[in-house]
Write a protein that binds this ligand. Structure first.
Ligand SMILES: NC(=O)c1ccc[n+]([C@@H]2O[C@H](COP(=O)([O-])OP(=O)(O)OC[C@H]3O[C@@H](n4cnc5c(N)ncnc54)[C@H](OP(=O)(O)O)[C@@H]3O)[C@@H](O)[C@H]2O)c1
Length: 238
């Protein structure tokens, strides 16, 4: 299926995996809308992507914001959601409130946005969510993310049945070098990436562009629904 002229929305398209995915859809000659909360990130993403895109503010955790957002976009062929904020912390130490806040973002944000888009999606369209390898192979301190990612993987199986013939899938990335790690001092971040790369069968951490290809595949692949595309450099094996 060609993506030329198709209407694509990338929620979280102002940074990291979402920004690379918006670029990949533009390369396929799709009409792209990006959304996130920060005006500064929307402006800077527009500069990176060029003026062929539209950019709207959206907090995807709010049903009201999501409803207003899709009124602005109108009919859509493909929705991609990469927005989401998780949390790390040992099960014994992490406050329940912090675990719930992460669920509100990465699980409920995707749930609410997928629900809000339904009236606007074409029958030949698709929804692609984002989870992560910690859903199947959590390191210590990732029990909340393991739960959220597994819940998102489960959600797409249910939605693929409920929303058929719309196709619903999920990309589950391993470690990707994105601004999500911007809070770490750069030498510490590089050390962490080198350590992880050394353990992975592919010998490196991913770039956002590596993961963006999976969203393009899922938008194009008319026979794929209810599927988790695990793209993790082999992290689930080690
Ligand atoms: N990077 C990794 O190693 C990795 C590994 C596995 C899974 N993942 C998952 O992949 C997804 C993307 O990660 P990334 O590394 O690309 O992160 P990122 O660079 O931090 O980008 C996250 C994007 O989501 C937006 N966002 C966050 N909260 C939002 C909200 N409430 N409403 C609307 N937009 C919101 C952010 O923009 P605003 O701040 O402007 O809202 C930003 O555009 C996340 O779900 C993450 O858990 C990442």
């Amino acid at each position: 299926m060609s993506l030329k002229g198709k209407h694509v929305v990338v929620v979280g398209g102002t940074s990291g995996i979402g920004l690379a995915t918006a670029k990949a859809f533009l390369d396929e000659e799709a009409e792209v809308v990006i959304a996130s909360r920060s005006t500064a990130k929307l402006t800077s993403a527009k500069q990176v992507l060029g003026h062929n895109i539209q950019a709207f503010e959206l907090d995807f955790r709010s049903e009201e914001s999501a409803a207003e957002f899709f009124k602005q976009t109108g009919q859509i062929d493909h929705l991609v959601i990469t927005a989401g904020e998780g949390v790390m912390g040992h099960f014994r130490d992490l406050d329940v409130t912090d675990a719930k806040t992460a669920f509100d973002s990465k699980f409920w944000g995707q749930y609410i946005t997928a629900r809000a888009v339904v009236p606007y999606l074409t029958n030949t369209g698709s929804i692609t969510l984002t989870s992560g390898v910690y859903g199947v192979r959590p390191p210590k301190g990732a029990s909340t993310l393991a739960s959220i990612n597994s819940a998102v993987d489960g959600l797409v199986r249910g939605l693929a049945v409920d929303l058929a013939p719309v196709r619903v899938n999920v990309v589950s990335p391993g470690i990707v070098d994105t601004p999500i790690y911007a809070g770490m001092p750069s030498d510490q971040r590089q050390q962490m990436f080198s350590g992880i790369a050394g353990q992975l069968p592919v010998g490196k951490v991913a770039k956002p562009e590596d993961i963006a290809r999976a969203y393009i595949y899922l938008a194009k692949s008319e026979f794929t629904t209810g599927t988790v595309v695990l793209i993790d450099g082999g992290a689930h094996l080690v």
